[in-house]
Design a protein around this ligand. Structure first.
Ligand SMILES: [Fe+2]
Length: 395
């Protein structure tokens, strides 16, 4: 039987080890396709699949690096009949058997995971006008299949927006779909919130006024990564849904307006959300980037910006950058507008795609959306697990 692996994934054995060499504190494996992999001793020892090193129920490690001997050595090596790699560690005199598929997948020079998330692709209204269906739209009749559900989630990751149509019109329909992704993130607006006209409201969302393109909850240290809306009723005149890809807007500003881009990525901006018994504040640049310089978060709940203090030149730069961002976010070349129909569910990456609505008359008809938040990482985790399950089925 092949050795355990220190996770819950499945590893195809596409290549077998042909030769093992111990040199320079490394195990060097030559594979049957000529690839050569170098595994430093401490790296290899840390992932030994023996019972002392990792827990075969939780598939998590039992040890820290400091629990390992300072001077590690390999006294013997062997390739098993099943292709497993067997080494004897000294001074512990521990025999470790490694799965060849796991070793190959985790070769330090080529550490690609089994599954890569769909690439994020910016879009604009003009660029999507020629595509057959945008936002990507899926049938509520088919979404119960893992295949269709994976495709919907993949489209949501790639485009930052994806729609399901023709779901049963019922208050529980939203949770029935999103519970299959992961846990809902609750907030001071509740676990599930009903977006409809409310008296004595605590949010502009619960009025009939238009809302320009925005993200939600910019006041939170960790702005929710996903938002879902399910349309229960929409018989008003107006109230069209607005969507703008904040990633496309940010990339346009990066290319054409480097001064404003520098301001938006570097200058902390204060946000505040006050209610009768809560007060959330956070100060951060409107655009956040990772160590590659890629944009990871757009933060643009424009009505929740707190009065900014600072030198007057900084305030001038703020308003110049905000006007520019609104210019693109509200521009017809960047913005989609469409009416949601009862039974439609729309998922949005709330740290990337801005949403809004046109105003509507409060006197005629009823507009009722049910909404909730979730973290972006729940979507990413579900995509990986669905892919893992697909590979298990086909193995
Ligand atoms: Fe909103």
């Amino acid at each position: 039987m092949l050795p355990d692996v220190p996770d819950f994934d499945i590893y195809a054995i596409d290549h077998l080890p042909e030769n093992l060499i111990v040199a320079d504190q490394r195990l060097i494996i030559t594979w049957d396709d000529g690839k050569i992999s170098h595994y430093p001793f401490v790296w290899l020892r840390e992932y030994s699949p023996d019972a002392g090193t990792f827990n075969d129920i939780t598939r998590e490690q039992n040890i820290a690096v400091t629990d390992l001997p300072d001077e590690l050595n390999i006294s013997s090596t062997e390739i098993g009949a099943d292709g497993s790699v067997i080494v004897n560690w000294q001074p512990e005199n521990l025999d470790s058997r490694y799965h060849p598929g796991w070793l190959r997948a985790h070769c330090p020079s080529n550490p690609k995971p089994n599954f890569e998330l769909p690439k994020r692709t910016p879009w604009t209204a003009t660029r999507t006008a020629t595509s057959q269906a945008f936002p990507p739209t899926f049938s509520g009749a088919l979404i119960n299949t893992d295949k269709e559900f994976s495709e919907w989630l993949g489209a949501l990751h790639s485009s930052g927006v994806a729609v399901i149509t023709d779901l049963p019109i019922a208050p529980e329909a939203l949770e029935k779909v999103v519970d299959r992704i992961g846990p809902i993130r609750t907030s001071n607006f509740g676990r599930i919130f009903d977006v409809e006209l409310k008296a004595e409201t605590n949010s502009n969302a619960y009025t009939s006024q238009p809302l320009r393109a925005h993200t939600d909850l910019a006041t939170r240290e960790y702005q929710p990564g996903l938002q879902f809306f399910f349309c229960m009723e929409n018989s008003v005149s107006g109230g069209e849904t607005i969507l703008t890809d904040g990633l496309a807007v940010a990339e346009k500003i990066r290319t054409d307006h480097p001064d404003e881009y520098a301001f938006l990525t570097e200058q902390p901006i204060p946000f505040v959300n006050t209610d009768r018994d809560s007060e959330y504040r956070y100060e951060v640049p409107i655009l956040e980037t990772d160590h590659h310089g890629d944009i990871t978060t757009v933060r643009f709940t424009y009505w929740l910006r707190a009065p900014m203090t600072g030198d007057l030149a900084t305030l001038d730069s703020l308003y110049s950058a905000l006007r520019l961002f609104h210019h693109y976010a509200d521009h017809e070349d960047y913005q989609l507008r469409f009416p949601l129909k009862p039974g439609d569910l729309i998922g949005v990456d709330n740290r990337r795609v801005l949403h809004g609505r046109t105003g509507f008359s409060p006197d005629v008809g009823h507009r009722w959306l049910r909404g909730c938040y979730m973290e972006r990482e729940e979507l990413e985790s579900r995509l990986r697990v669905l892919d893992r399950q697909r590979r298990f089925r086909s193995a």
